[in-house]
Ligand binder design. Structure first.
Ligand SMILES: NC(=O)c1ccc[n+]([C@@H]2O[C@H](COP(=O)([O-])OP(=O)(O)OC[C@H]3O[C@@H](n4cnc5c(N)ncnc54)[C@H](O)[C@@H]3O)[C@@H](O)[C@H]2O)c1
Length: 450
């Protein structure tokens, strides 16, 4: 079949919703995407190496908070969504959409092993007319330099025999306003036929598709977005530490600055970066830049400042305890929220975990409350979450607010009189002597009674 015929056939399949869509990697990104394709009327097969996730999906149960149980169950019951661990079934697909993890190695180098493993499965099953899309966040050049040679090794050629594109996922877990369907989707194909096919596919499920001229541009767009956040959060985290020295409340400064209707966008300080994206993705870019003899100074500097925040929070805890003539060693310290951000269960890279370990190393006795995380595994033994009421009854020496989940109610916490280190400005509406903000008025310690 000619190139024109192959792409036309694929476009027709997509427009008639007859294209069989395979989504590889059914986590925070892949599962919402698979359900969205199924909702739009496509027959979707989810592929994952984790048999427990496959079993949950086939039983119609959602394990991702952003994927409503009813939507998943309906798609499974209607026969539009099923899951499998059998990668050989990729041969039955018209589309293979890869959404597997892209973590960093301990050395902060990209770990593409999951992408490579997924591509091996796709390459083994590749057939003429298929569209392969990489969604995992990665450095510019991955699609052309890693995916393309693996897929072409069997003799088929991109844009002639099969189609290849990169389309970064922009999902924001826990955000009730922006979901897969109303977040514009960037698409960069290997060449025009690939871009056309991938654009047509996403246009079936997403309100706006933004085609760009290459896979590299699409890869770079995602890294610009996440680097922009990492650098601005780094700036505001440094400002928080600076404001503390200057006895200024950084939150008040940001609230006032954001009244400027142009040229300013608010970013907020906190206990440090968390999640699978912002702490990791910029290092994919700096690694690639370094391979080409370029040092990304902003990324490295923001990384250092953001990574220093858990230590800074521990200093604030030490200050709070010091004012009560106590030390961290032996104090009972209670954390509110251990997930990396509000209203999600994800604890990957969560700064609360660093704060917990730093405090534990200094001899604190720790407990926590988090409605989304019932148990924390640690090398020294797991900790089970306790309720707010249990936490306050136990009269801890200090409280640290690490994550401001909507379910938390702060009245009783503030009224307890226990020093509260608030890393999220959760207590902005409260004035009480026991509140220790991330930056602001330094309370002088009473002289020790000898
Ligand atoms: N989580 C987010 O908010 C977010 C947002 C935008 C982009 N991303 C990017 O999307 C990608 C996926 O992230 P995620 O949060 O969904 O990860 P995740 O860990 O939640 O899910 C990944 C899934 O892939 C599966 N998997 C691993 N190797 C596989 C293989 N070889 N074949 C099939 N399945 C395999 C895992 O079992 C897991 O279920 C990453 O590149 C991430 O950076 C994530």
């Amino acid at each position: 079949m000619t190139k024109t015929t192959l792409v036309t056939t694929l476009l027709n399949l997509i427009r008639d919703k007859q294209a069989r869509v395979g989504v590889i990697g059914l986590g925070y990104v892949g599962l919402p995407l698979a359900v969205e394709f199924a909702r739009a009327g496509f027959t979707v097969t989810g592929f994952d190496v984790d048999p427990s996730k496959v079993a949950e999906i086939n039983a119609g149960r959602s394990y991702i908070p952003d994927v409503p149980q009813a939507e998943l169950a309906e798609a499974v019951q209607a026969g539009r969504l099923r899951a499998t661990t059998d990668m050989a079934r990729l041969a039955d697909m018209d589309v293979a959409d890869i959404c597997v993890p892209t973590p960093l190695r301990k050395t902060k180098d990209p770990d593409l092993s999951y992408v490579v493993q997924a591509l091996e499965g796709v390459a083994a099953a590749l057939k003429p007319g298929q569209l392969v899309i990489l969604e995992s966040t990665t450095y510019p050049g991955t699609t052309d330099e890693v995916a393309l040679p693996m897929l072409e090794a069997g003799g088929l050629k991109a844009d002639r025999d099969f189609f290849l594109a990169f389309s970064p996922e922009r999902v924001d877990p826990g955000n009730p306003t922006y979901l897969t369907r109303n977040i514009p989707k960037i698409v960069g194909g290997f060449g025009p036929p690939s871009t056309e096919a991938a654009t047509a596919l996403y246009a079936q499920i997403v309100s706006t598709v933004v085609p760009v001229t290459s896979t590299r541009v699409a890869e770079m767009v995602k890294l610009l977005e996440n680097t922009f956040r990492a650098v601005n959060i780094g700036l505001v985290n440094e400002l928080a530490q600076m404001c503390h020295r200057l006895d200024i409340d950084v939150w008040e400064v940001i609230e006032a600055a954001k009244t400027k209707p142009f040229g300013f966008m608010p970013f907020y300080p906190g206990p440090g970066l968390g999640g699978h994206c912002i702490p990791i993705d910029p290092f994919y870019l700096s690694w690639k830049a370094r391979q080409n003899g370029f040092e990304c100074r902003f990324i490295e500097l923001a990384g250092q400042v953001n990574a220093s925040m858990p230590d800074y929070v521990v200093e604030r805890v030490a200050d709070a305890l010091n004012n009560a003539r106590k030390s961290i060693n032996g104090s009972r310290i209670h954390l509110f929220g251990v997930a990396y951000k509000k209203d999600v269960s994800d604890i990957r890279e969560s700064p609360a975990l660093d704060i917990l370990e730093l405090l534990a190393r200094r001899g604190a006795v720790l407990s926590y409350t988090d409605p989304f995380v019932s148990r924390l595994k640690r090398a020294e033994g797991a900790i089970e979450a306790i309720s707010t009421a249990e936490a306050l009854t136990s009269a801890p020496d200090c409280i640290v607010i690490c994550t401001n989940h909507s379910a938390f109610s702060w009245d009783a916490v503030v009224k307890s009189g226990v020093p509260v280190v608030d890393t999220r400005n959760a207590l902005s509406g409260f004035t009480a002597p026991n509140i220790v903000r991330l930056s602001g008025r330094v309370v002088a310690a009473d002289p020790a009674v000898v």
